[in-house]
Design a protein. Structure first.
Lengths: 163, 204
């Protein structure tokens, strides 16, 4: 009986703690999109920060970079957001750690600054047979035409000689 | 009569030349890079067997037994336009490793790139489109370790719809992406219109 009472008290305690400290329990930071070509923009969002507690601070760390970005808008789905323009960023993976206005940590996320587009990895040396086939066919056609003309001429010559 | 003989000689010459050109063209056409069959589902890496990630180390060689690839690797970055660099075209048997990304075996997606062909003919990743799910890729690293990967999917993408997230995006596991060119060769731009991408995950 006593053990049961202790268990119930513990459960109530955990439940109350979760309710009273939602930031700690559900801390979350997102970066959208998760990768961007260099020069693109990503949106940083601390989904659990309460705008009434003040601006969130996003610490962006990665290759050759350690900068703080302050939230500028309330996110549509809740929390606070900031836009990050990646012009001049070194390519690579970055970590974003958010802190809410009340000083509570709001989790972290990563994103990648990537090359632009695909890769130019071919010179066409494995293709191009089409032009060769067409030119070859034209030459064969010319040869056939010439043969026909020569054959006719010979037949005319034979007929003229026997007449 | 001598005019006729000259004519027949010309006809024979044209015919021989034509046959030769058609033969060469057909041979080259039949050696176009293979297209991926579309097997497998490209996208975020599926959770594979739990393999502890390796520390960062530069890769030095890649081996893909299914298509007979055994090539040295050099580190590549991006060019002035921000596009992924490729190894020098005069070294078509060398492949590149994107040095700003993960190293093979490290947590994240390591990216390898190589030419499909050069002006002289097929290059290191000419047969990449022939790979199938289940084929293996082995990458030797400078620290003496070998990171092994299994192919999950192979797909072709127009270069203007390159799957940046799936190739370079963050990942919680060790993955490998192998890139080359594919599709039609656009002579006006001097480039292929597509990229072929192999998606692979690490195995023990």
């Amino acid at each position: 009986m006593k053990a049961q009472r202790v268990l119930v008290s513990a459960a109530v305690g955990v439940g109350l703690g979760t309710l009273l400290l939602p930031g700690a329990a559900l801390a979350d930071t997102t970066v959208s999109p998760a990768s961007t070509p260099v020069g693109g923009t990503v949106v940083l969002t601390a989904t659990t920060c309460n705008p009434k507690s003040g601006d969130a601070l996003f610490r962006v760390t990665g290759p050759d970079r350690d900068q703080n970005v302050r939230s500028t808008t309330a996110a549509a789905g809740g929390g606070l957001s900031a836009e990050l323009f990646t012009a001049g960023f070194t390519l690579g993976t970055y970590t974003v750690a958010a802190t809410c206005g009340d000083g509570s940590a709001a989790g972290s996320a990563t994103f990648a600054v990537t090359p632009i587009g695909g890769a130019p990895a071919g010179a066409g040396g494995g293709t191009g047979g089409g032009g060769s086939v067409a030119a070859g066919a034209a030459l064969l056609g010319s040869a056939a035409g010439g043969a026909l003309i020569l054959a006719r001429r010979r037949r005319h010559a034979v007929v003229a000689a026997t007449a | 009569m001598s005019r006729d003989r000259f004519g027949w000689a010309l006809v024979a010459l044209l015919g021989a030349l034509g046959l030769g050109m058609v033969g060469t063209g057909v041979t080259v056409l039949s050696s176009n890079p293979p297209r991926p069959s579309g097997a497998g589902t490209p996208g975020p890496a599926r959770p594979g067997p739990a393999v502890p990630p390796l520390p960062r180390a530069d890769p030095v060689a890649v081996s893909i037994p299914a298509i007979g690839v055994d090539a040295p690797l050099v580190a590549v970055g991006v060019d002035d336009r921000g596009t992924l660099e490729v190894p020098p075209v005069d070294k078509p048997t060398v492949a590149g490793w994107y040095r700003h990304g993960a190293s093979p075996g490290e947590t994240g997606n390591a990216v390898l790139v190589g030419h499909v062909d050069s002006a002289a003919g097929p290059a290191v990743f000419f047969d990449l489109g022939r790979l199938r799910p289940g084929d293996t890729v082995r990458v030797s690293r400078v620290d003496g370790r070998v990171a092994s990967f299994v192919v999950e999917s192979v797909a072709s993408y127009p270069k203007d719809r390159f799957p940046t997230d799936e190739v370079y995006g963050p990942s919680t596991s060790a993955g490998l992406r192998v890139i080359t060119c594919g599709g039609r060769f656009d002579r006006s731009s001097g480039n292929y219109v597509d990229n072929v991408v192999v998606f692979a995950t690490r195995i023990p």
